[in-house]
Design a protein around this ligand. Structure first.
Ligand SMILES: Cc1ncc(COP(=O)(O)O)c(C=O)c1O
Length: 377
């Protein structure tokens, strides 16, 4: 067997994506299963994006525009940044990888938090780097703790904000304090895949911070609020010099033409974004209320999913929900064996999830709840 050149690659745990609906239906012989496991947009893509894709299909014999000229112009205008500040990727996942390939040498370190996005665990060791993970404080990135772990070997820091899977956020003043403390040659990547869902007014206006902190890079995506996860398109915003390096390293045609056109249309579809936010808000109101009624602890979220704790083995609850046709995300892989993460769905999906959870609570053996600390907000 041919072994990979880097020893770390053998130690990478493969990423486990949310279970696809079709797979569950095939396995259990059921119909109408639903997936609340990957933080997708339950309203679907913007109808304008669907039309744009249909219009562009006939031209897929051509390579895409490697510079994403039209999308770049539209997005630069929307974000009020220079077009040269932008870099596009095959999902923001690709940008995470690009950052590592561009800035991290083998033997160097990246720092993030425990219980954060697992893709950092894949790309850092694959590049021969070391990922240090600092414990969370109250399910939130501990920027003070992360700052203390930045040393001479550290080249970059990943901050998922809001964080997946906890849904918590760091606030603007905390971020600014952190950025002031961090050496200018350490790149700070703000992974803001869920930025558009955050409702807390203290959520950082990170784009404005780019002028003050040249080592800052902001990652966003069209997969979440814009509902284009299947097309794979995300972007980074950085100082033009940094964007230029990333653009040199990326594949010339990394973002396909359908994704570029869909993203441009989705950006214009303000009504779709508004409806998505409203659905999210209503979904949280229902879930929080019902969690409290069921005495289920949960972590208040700034994203489009919520972490909640079950009174028992998370995997058993996960399996029970699967049998009821509801796919959520087990959290044992994040070191939280009695927690699950559920994405906000359509109203009927949220109700079906809650009914299945209520049934699981009634049917699964519950250890004594005495002495269990509640995180309910
Ligand atoms: C924190 C975070 N960052 C990035 C991504 C990647 O999104 P995509 O590659 O679809 O843009 C996700 C997706 O779940 C995420 O949760």
């Amino acid at each position: 067997m041919i072994k990979p050149g880097r020893r770390q690659i053998e130690q990478i745990k493969p990423y486990t994506p949310g279970k696809p609906v079709e797979e569950l239906e095939r396995e259990l012989g059921i119909r109408e299963a639903m997936k609340l496991a990957s933080n997708e947009n339950p309203l679907g893509p913007s109808p304008r994006a669907v039309k744009a894709v249909a219009r562009s299909l006939a031209a897929v014999n051509r390579y895409p525009d490697g510079g994403a000229f039209l999308l770049r112009g539209a997005l630069a205008k929307r974000l009020k940044v220079k077009p040269e500040s932008l870099v596009f990727g095959n999902g923001s996942n690709e940008l995470i990888e690009l950052l590592v390939r561009t800035y991290l040498k083998p033997g160097e370190a990246a720092v993030t938090s425990e219980c954060s996005f697992l893709v950092y665990d894949l790309v850092v060791p694959a590049a021969g780097g070391r990922l240090r993970k600092v414990p969370m404080k109250k399910f939130t990135f501990d920027l003070e703790g992360i700052g203390s772990h930045v040393d001479r070997k550290t080249r970059m820091v990943f901050i998922a904000n809001p964080n997946n899977p906890t849904g918590t956020m760091v606030r603007e003043h905390e971020l600014v304090r952190f950025l002031r403390r961090i050496p200018g040659d350490v790149l700070v990547a703000m992974d803001e895949a869920y930025a558009e869902f955050a409702t807390d007014p203290r959520y950082p206006r990170s784009l404005r911070l780019l002028a003050r902190f040249p080592n800052l890079v902001i990652l966003r995506t069209f997969s979440k609020i814009y509902g284009l996860a299947g097309l794979r398109i995300g972007y980074g915003v950085a100082r033009p010099e940094v964007a230029d390096y990333l653009n040199r390293v990326r594949q010339p045609f990394n973002v396909n033409s359908l994704a570029q056109e869909a993203a441009r249309a989705a950006l214009e579809d303000v009504a779709h974004v508004r409806a998505t936010r409203a659905n999210n808000r209503r979904g949280f109101a229902l879930l929080y209320r019902e969690f409290r009624r069921m005495r289920i602890p949960y972590v208040p979220s700034q994203a489009n999913f919520v972490l909640f704790r079950v009174p028992g083995n998370g995997s058993e609850y996960y399996q029970h929900l699967l049998r009821a046709g509801v796919i959520v995300r087990p959290m044992a892989g994040y070191g939280l064996p009695d927690w699950l993460r559920v994405s906000i769905g359509l109203p009927r999906e949220n109700r079906k999830f809650l009914a299945a959870l209520r049934q699981a609570l009634a049917q699964l053996p519950a250890p004594s709840r005495k002495g269990r600390r509640s995180h309910a907000g």
